[in-house]
Write a new protein. Structure first.
Length: 422
């Protein structure tokens, strides 16, 4: 009886492990591609319904961006993918929830792309003072979330800003990558904007987890950025979100180093890779680093990168999310039809080189199938349930196996017993 109870306990823990980890992608353009006639296929060339297909491949979470007024974006920016207004996100978000995925909402707080080099204040907000912006971001965030809830698209994760390593709502919210003030902006202002957004999130979607999303162009400064943000106690968040692209941010060894630092500094936070990607024919635009000798620019090279990334992330207790950026890009049946090309329907500019469907055929790439190993591939607690006899390995409650006794504080499983390390 005791043995059966232990096995039942471990089976329940295994199910909890799977529920606590999230794998998927940012599919913000999926609705547009489907509306334009794109046909998605599995690796064997069979047409598939994309959300059902992704679900079948073990994906359980999807991300969508939201702009304040994308009609104010330039023509080129719109063709690059700046189209997601609230109505668009309500429709796509409901489809995501109805398909059984958790939903991550990515507020850009701009009319166009935001990243370390661009955080334009929305045109309608451009003349506002810091105090007015603080109130506006609260009102806007609350209004959007209220509308999403009414539409059946309540988010489970919310990013209050996209890649805010250098702040947001420039110039008043602009900071240096280590979180220090700039000539026109300050961390005090940025913290006020974030706190206001988070307050609206907590009041409207009380169960949603809050993500502060940064990226790694100045990785060595990132722990200091978060440390400076911590000085403002009303900025309460649950997850550190990171963008990591090897073309721009270095090797997996570099990523491992920053993950170690963040895990040590923030034992109370989870970490998610909310954006990643690697090319299958060409390097990413304006790539800084060249890894084609390590990961050939081919479908297999892309798969190899995904495999090694998953292997690395599964060694980190605090990393519980992995999202591929723009996996849905394809021109199959839009531009490429029946083996021919027809650019009369060229609604998007250039190729996105790190998609997980081929731009001509619409076939799924091997890397897409690889990502589910982030949840299923580690020798975690679910593996312990099937073994007989004594198991002297150590496991975290997230399902990660350790070769030796862990040194970090926490609760672990050893020889089928919970052990507290103080």
């Amino acid at each position: 009886m005791k043995k059966h109870l232990l096995l039942t306990l471990f089976a329940l823990l295994a199910m909890t492990v799977n529920a606590q980890k999230y794998v998927g992608g940012d599919i913000s353009m999926l609705k547009k591609f489907v509306d334009e006639g794109a046909v998605y296929k599995d690796k064997d060339g069979n047409a598939v319904e994309p959300l059902a297909f992704l679900k079948a491949q073990g994906w359980n979470s999807l991300r969508v961006r939201l702009f304040v007024d994308p009609t104010k974006a330039t023509a080129d920016e719109k063709k690059e993918g700046v189209i997601q207004d609230l109505e668009y996100v309500k429709a796509l978000g409901k489809s995501i929830k109805d398909a059984g995925f958790s939903f991550m909402l990515d507020f850009h707080y701009s009319d166009t792309w935001t990243d370390p080099g661009n955080h334009k204040t929305p045109s309608a907000w451009s003349s506002m003072t810091v105090e007015q912006l603080t109130k506006q971001i609260y009102d806007y965030t609350k209004e959007c979330l209220t509308e999403l809830k009414k539409a059946g698209a309540e988010p489970d994760f919310i990013q209050t800003g996209n890649e805010i390593t250098t702040g947001m709502l420039w110039n008043t919210g602009k900071v240096n990558s280590n979180g220090t003030d700039t000539s026109n902006g300050s961390m005090k202002n940025l913290a006020a904007y974030l706190a206001s957004a988070i307050k609206a999130c907590n009041e409207t979607c009380k169960d949603a987890k809050i993500i502060i999303h940064t990226e790694l162009h100045a990785a060595s400064s990132l722990p200091t950025f978060y440390k400076n943000l911590d000085k403002y106690s009303d900025v309460k968040y649950n997850i550190i979100g990171l963008s990591y692209y090897p073309d721009y941010h270095g090797t997996l060894t570099d990523l491992n180093s920053i993950l170690n630092k963040l895990e040590t500094q923030y034992t109370d936070k989870q970490i998610m890779i909310v954006e990643t990607g690697y090319g299958f024919e060409w390097a990413l635009p304006n790539a800084k680093d060249d890894y084609k000798d390590q990961y050939p620019l081919s479908e297999e090279g892309q798969r190899q990168f995904a495999e090694e990334l998953v292997t690395l992330l599964n060694k980190h207790d605090k990393v519980n999310g992995l999202y591929w950026w723009y996996p849905e890009y394809t021109l199959n049946n839009i531009v490429f039809k029946d083996g021919s090309e027809d650019w009369n329907k060229n609604f998007t500019s250039g190729y996105w080189n790190a998609a997980l469907f081929h731009y001509k055929t619409g076939k799924a790439h091997a890397a897409l199938y690889e990502l589910k190993s982030f949840i299923t591939g580690s020798d975690g607690i679910s593996h312990v349930t099937t073994e007989k006899g004594t198991d002297h390995n150590w496991y975290s409650l997230d399902g990660h196996q350790f070769k030796n006794r862990p040194t970090s504080k926490g609760i672990y499983i050893n020889n089928k017993k919970k052990v507290i390390i103080k």
